[in-house]
Design a protein around this ligand. Structure first.
Ligand code: ZN
Length: 259
């Protein structure tokens, strides 16, 4: 079984009228229900306002893949929880970052860049192109598909060049965007997936859920390994060696006791 934790900030659903009605139990619940048909997955959810944001040491130790949706409260995510998640990713846990999670502390810390982009919210059409059809995340996904209403995210998306770019978006207004990006950090796999704006019914779309499910399978840890930085004994015998100081200026060299 793949142990999945679906994390959601769960704030828009409590405050904004459209979102409250669209996702009365939260986006995390709709994503979890959408994935429920996959019998390989053992799913739990966690939200910002739970103690330790629902991401205790025990929960993370028992998570193979974490999905992340956040937007208005990135700054409220405690730094020690971010560090805990980052450590687990580097040890091998998979991480799927959705939509506005591009500005989350965890994504930015793993990317090391600003993760900024252009945006516009006018319910325009998005066409998503599958540009790596042989990639496991693209399994069963058509060459292209449309979201009738989307928030536009446009380039430049300030990320490190992805190891693999699986999806590319075109928007009615003319912009393009790298929408499905894969990276590896330490032993862990990371997938950023663009769709997921809270006021549109994105997570009720079966193609979107299928891609998230594929990404979870792709991001499963291959090994899980605590990071160490050991002083290593040589495997072969190395005869005693003197340090060569011959190219150090004489004025310096004469003061080095072993030179
Ligand atoms: Zn949005």
């Amino acid at each position: 079984m793949i142990k999945v934790t679906i994390w959601n900030e769960f704030r828009h659903e409590k405050k904004h009228d459209i979102v409250k009605h669209l996702y009365p139990d939260g986006m995390h619940t709709v994503i979890a229900r959408g994935l429920a048909g996959d019998k390989d997955l053992q799913i739990r959810t966690a939200t910002l306002d739970e103690p330790e944001h629902g991401l205790t040491e025990a929960v993370l130790a028992d998570t193979d893949v974490l999905t992340w949706w956040g937007h208005v409260a990135h700054g409220e995510v405690r730094d020690e929880v971010v560090q805990r998640v980052q450590k687990r990713v580097l040890e091998g846990m998979g991480l799927i970052v959705l939509h506005s999670g591009h500005f989350s502390k965890i994504f930015k810390s793993l990317m090391g860049t600003n993760c900024s982009l252009k945006w516009r919210e006018v319910a325009e059409k998005e066409r998503i192109w599958t540009i790596e059809p042989s990639h496991p995340i693209a399994a069963g996904i058509p060459e292209s598909f449309e979201l009738p209403n989307a928030e536009m995210y446009g380039e430049r998306f300030d990320i490190p060049t992805p190891d693999k770019l699986v999806f590319l978006s075109w928007f009615q207004g003319g912009e393009v965007f790298r929408s499905g990006c894969c990276w590896e950090r330490g032993q862990g796999r990371i997938f950023y997936f663009r769709p997921g704006h809270e006021t549109y019914p994105i997570f009720y779309n079966p193609t979107i859920i299928k891609i998230i499910g594929n990404a979870i399978h792709w991001a499963v840890p291959r090994i899980q390994k605590e990071d160490v930085c050991p002083n290593a004994k040589s495997l072969e015998v190395i005869p005693p060696r003197k340090v060569d100081y011959s190219f150090v200026p004489e004025a310096i060299r004469k003061n080095i006791p072993t030179a």
